[in-house]
Each structure stands twice: as structure tokens, then as C-alpha cells.
Design a binder for this molecule. Structure first.
Ligand SMILES: Cc1cc2nc3c(=O)[nH]c(=O)nc-3n(C[C@H](O)[C@H](O)[C@H](O)COP(=O)(O)OP(=O)(O)OC[C@H]3O[C@@H](n4cnc5c(N)ncnc54)[C@H](O)[C@@H]3O)c2cc1C
Length: 437
């Protein structure tokens, strides 16, 4: 039996943890996720610093626990339309978008995807791999229910095909599905909408989008992942060759005072670049890796030791903000030009692949969501805490709490800790309401 109810918005690790904590206390949780599956960024990562755990291996059990928990109702492919009321007594309207696949019938067998003739770049693979118009976003997706992407489906666009319907053994395809509005009564709300990576081409001198072998760090995570588009074999995009000399450029558009940059530190890039460097060296001990950094931020427990290990294994840390990346038009190799801050000399290094660690920013839709929720965001779109020191997970409206990256830059352990904090605060409000009746 459940004792009161709560809404969690965002199904990344922070939202998942908050939902599980509340549900384990006997509170009914509605977990709203805008994409077809829960999991968030952590599902895209290969391994996680500083423990080097396989990311999806430690995340998937939590995702499945959410799906199986008797107190959690997953509302994926859904968004919040409106919120009215007050702490202890909110009325929320949710829009559930049509999947065109019946959740009660789909077994996740994947035959529909196999037969679908239309291929498009996969968002989960950061455009480096393809998916079909009917698809499961990734193999461990929760719920295990396919979704039809209307904009690319031949039936929706041209009125022909319906191959998925013909082959689905469960009879789960339903082209007549309509958007559904759901009204919920909840005592408290937790917001955990996470992050996106800023466009690395903001710093156009590094050639992202112009030079094939200049990639973003989230793209590298997919290239390193065994379930990624290359099966975990690092191949450079221009010719599929295995890159031997790889450079990371830190603080791309972050810690930047330029008009289109972000002045704050994204907090996780020094550490994930170190992690990605170590993974590359696990794949190929002879790889030569250069990390170009302004200041090295290894402030967490075990972080400095992690960096020390990378240095011992031969990762080169170069204190410089490169001025330019130049492509060799014949080989598509890249030349990084930089001033080494230590000896004040301008130098060049020739590389096979360059990885840009671009600013991590709150999801752009946060501003609209803040209006719907009646809470405040700061100038970058992070949700404002009621007090940065004493009420870090309380939003500016009673009964609504914030956690994870949408509250401010942070890594997974901090997101999890904040999520548990937000769940405890939400449970207090719900308990008061239940006692008061
Ligand atoms: C390249 C890279 C490597 C990293 N490596 C590590 C690492 O090794 N170790 C580590 O500790 N950290 C790492 N991080 C940081 C880590 O990804 C974040 O700390 C973590 O993902 C934050 O979790 P979250 O739940 O707050 O956000 P997210 O993981 O971003 O999840 C947010 C979820 O909310 C959903 N959502 C967004 N808006 C809405 C809305 N309006 N309605 C409904 N749902 C919505 C999103 O679809 C998403 O599923 C890395 C980050 C990057 C970019």
C-alpha cells in the first residue's frame, strides 16, 4: 500500500535514485521521462570515474528496479503540461506522446526494428551509428517497448509501408494511438532534468563540424563502448583507422568569458578526460595521449590518485589552451598549436584524433519547465536552490525539489547524494500531509 504520492521529472541517475528512495518508503512515484527510455547520460557512458565500473552494468539494475517496483509508475515519452496547487497537494497534467506501439503487448523482441526499411542517425549513438524509424533507443532500454519516430516513418510521411505491423508477432503496433493527457495528484515534486553538451563548434578554431577527426567527448564515450557503433573499437571517423595519437582539449566554451561561452566550470571534464585516456590505453597500451588543460580539477575523493595513475601510465598533461587545430588536407591528421604555459614556447603536435571536452549545460527546456512549475532558474538555466548552503535541494517553491546536474554541475556520486536528499525532503512534505489528513 502506498502512503501519499510524488512526481519525479527526469529519469537519469538522479531521478532514478530519488524515485527508488521514495518508493522504498512506501510512497507512490510517477517518474516522467521525456525520451522513450529512462537512463539519462549515464546509459551512454562506457566506464565511470574514479572506480572504472562499466556504466550500464551498474545502472541497468537500478533502471530495472524502477520498472519492477510496485510503487513506481514509469511515464516515458511524456512531459509535464501544468502544475497547480501547493506543497502537499499538487495537481499535475502530463502529456503522454503516442509510441504507436502498445506497451501492454510489446515484448521488445526487436523484429519490427529488423524489418523496418528506414534508417536514420541514432540520438543515443550521438549520430555515429544508425537506428530505424521504429526502434529501441539502446539494448538495455527501460521500458523494453519500441517507439515509432513519426518524422521518419514511411507510413506517417508517405502513407506506405506498415511492415512493422505485418511482422509484429505480438500485434502491438497501433498507428491510431493518440496523445494522452493524464491528471495526477501528488504531494511533492522532484526535478532532475540533467545536462546536455554545448555545441563544440562554439569555439570554431578547433574545427568541430569541419574536420571529421575532431569529435566531442560524448561521441568518444560511444566509440569506446562495447555496445557502441564500432563495438568498442576506437576508429577515427575519416578513414576508420585506429588512432594512435589522441589529444583532448579541455574547457571548450566553458570557463569562457566570451559572449557565446559559459563562464562556469562544468566540473566533471578533467576527470572524465582522464578516464577516457585510461580506457584508450587499456585498449592500446601504446597509444599516446595529450590532455591540454588550463587548471586540473581533481578535487574529489580518490580523484588526484586517479590522475596520478594516468600520469604513471604515460598520459601527457600539457598546461595550455590551444589556439588552433589545423587539418592536414591529405591525411586528415590534426595539428594542435599551443603555447606551453610552463616554458612559454609556442609548439605544435600532430595527432590522429582530437576530442573536445565542451561545456555541459542544463537542458534548454528548463526555462519553460520552470515557468510551468513556478520555480526560478539562474542565468544559465540551472534551477535555483532556495539557499545555496542550507537548502541546496529545495527549489524556490515549497514542495518542489531539485537534484542532479539540473541544479548545478556535478558528477554521478554527487547527483545520487542530492537525489537521496531531495527524496528525504519530499517525503517530509508527504508525511506531514498524510498525518494531517
Ligand atoms: C562525456 C561525459 C562523461 C562523463 N563521465 C562521468 C564519469 O565517468 N563519472 C561521473 O561520476 N560522471 C560522469 N559524467 C557526468 C554525469 O553524466 C552526470 O553527473 C550525470 O549524468 C547527472 O545525472 P542527472 O540524472 O542529473 O542527469 P542526466 O543523466 O542528464 O539525466 C536527465 C534525464 O532527464 C530527462 N529530461 C530532461 N528534461 C526533461 C523534461 N523536461 N521532462 C522529462 N524528462 C526530462 C533526460 O532525457 C534525461 O533522461 C560524464 C559526463 C559527460 C558529458
Amino acid at each position: 500500500m502506498s502512503v501519499g504520492s510524488a512526481l519525479v521529472i527526469g529519469g537519469g541517475i538522479a531521478g532514478i535514485q530519488a524515485a527508488l528512495d521514495l518508493a522504498d518508503r512506501g510512497i507512490k512515484v510517477y517518474l516522467v521521462e521525456k525520451s522513450p527510455s529512462i537512463g539519462g547520460r549515464m546509459a551512454q557512458l562506457d566506464k565511470t570515474f574514479p572506480t572504472m565500473d562499466c556504466s550500464i552494468c551498474i545502472l541497468a539494475p537500478k533502471m530495472n528496479e524502477c520498472a519492477r517496483h510496485p510503487n513506481i509508475e514509469l511515464l516515458t515519452w511524456s512531459e509535464v503540461l501544468s502544475v497547480e496547487g501547493e506543497a502537499g497537494n499538487f495537481t499535475v497534467r502530463i502529456l503522454k506522446k503516442p509510441r504507436y506501439v502498445r506497451e501492454d503487448l510489446c515484448t521488445g523482441c526487436g523484429i519490427c526494428t529488423e524489418k523496418c526499411p528506414k534508417k536514420v542517425p541514432s540520438e543515443f549513438e550521438m549520430g555515429l551509428g544508425m537506428r530505424k524509424a521504429i526502434y529501441m533507443p539502446f539494448p538495455q532500454a527501460v521500458p523494453r517497448v519500441s517507439v515509432i519516430d513519426e518524422e521518419n516513418c514511411l507510413y506517417f510521411q508517405k502513407g506506405v509501408c506498415r511492415v512493422c505491423e505485418k511482422f509484429c508477432p505480438a500485434g502491438a503496433i497501433d498507428f491510431e494511438q493518440k496523445p494522452q493527457e493524464i491528471e495526477l495528484k501528488v504531494g511533492a515534486i522532484i526535478v532532475a532534468t540533467g545536462l546536455v553538451q554545448a555545441d563544440p563548434s562554439i569555439e570554431s578554431e578547433y574545427g568541430y563540424g569541419r574536420y571529421k577527426n575532431v569529435i566531442a567527448s560524448l561521441e568518444l564515450e560511444r566509440l569506446l563502448s562495447a555496445s557502441g557503433p564500432t563495438g568498442g573499437e576506437l576508429k577515427r571517423p575519416s578513414d576508420g583507422k585506429h588512432p594512435k595519437r589522441i589529444g583532448f582539449i579541455q574547457c571548450v566554451a566553458s570557463r569562457s568569458l566570451k559572449e557565446n561561452g559559459y563562464p562556469y566550470c562544468s566540473s566533471v571534464c578533467c576527470m572524465y578526460a582522464t578516464k577516457e585516456a585510461m580506457i584508450i590505453m587499456e585498449h592500446d597500451p601504446e597509444a599516446e595521449i595529450y590532455i591540454f588543460y588550463i587548471d586540473l580539477r581533481a578535487f574529489g575523493k580518490g580523484f588526484q590518485e586517479f590522475v596520478n595513475r594516468a600520469k604513471e601510465r604515460g598520459v601527457h598533461y600539457i598546461r595550455a589552451k590551444p589556439s588552433k587545430v589545423i587539418e592536414d588536407p591529405e591525411t586528415k591528421d590534426l595539428i594542435i598549436r599551443y603555447e606551453d604555459i610552463n616554458d612559454k614556447k609556442v609548439k605544435e603536435v600532430r595527432l590522429d584524433l582530437v576530442v573536445l571536452c565542451a561545456a555541459l549545460v542544463p537542458t534548454p527546456e528548463n526555462k519553460k519547465l520552470a515557468e510551468i512549475l513556478g520555480i526560478e532558474v539562474d542565468e544559465y538555466g540551472f534551477f535555483k536552490p532556495l539557499h545555496p548552503l542550507y537548502a541546496p535541494v529545495d527549489s524556490t517553491r515549497p514542495g518542489i525539489f531539485i537534484c542532479g546536474y539540473c541544479q548545478g554541475p556535478k558528477d554521478i556520486p554527487e547527483s545520487v547524494a542530492q537525489a537521496s536528499g531531495a527524496a528525504a525532503r519530499a517525503a517530509e512534505i508527504i508525511a506531514k500531509k498524510v498525518v494531517a489528513g
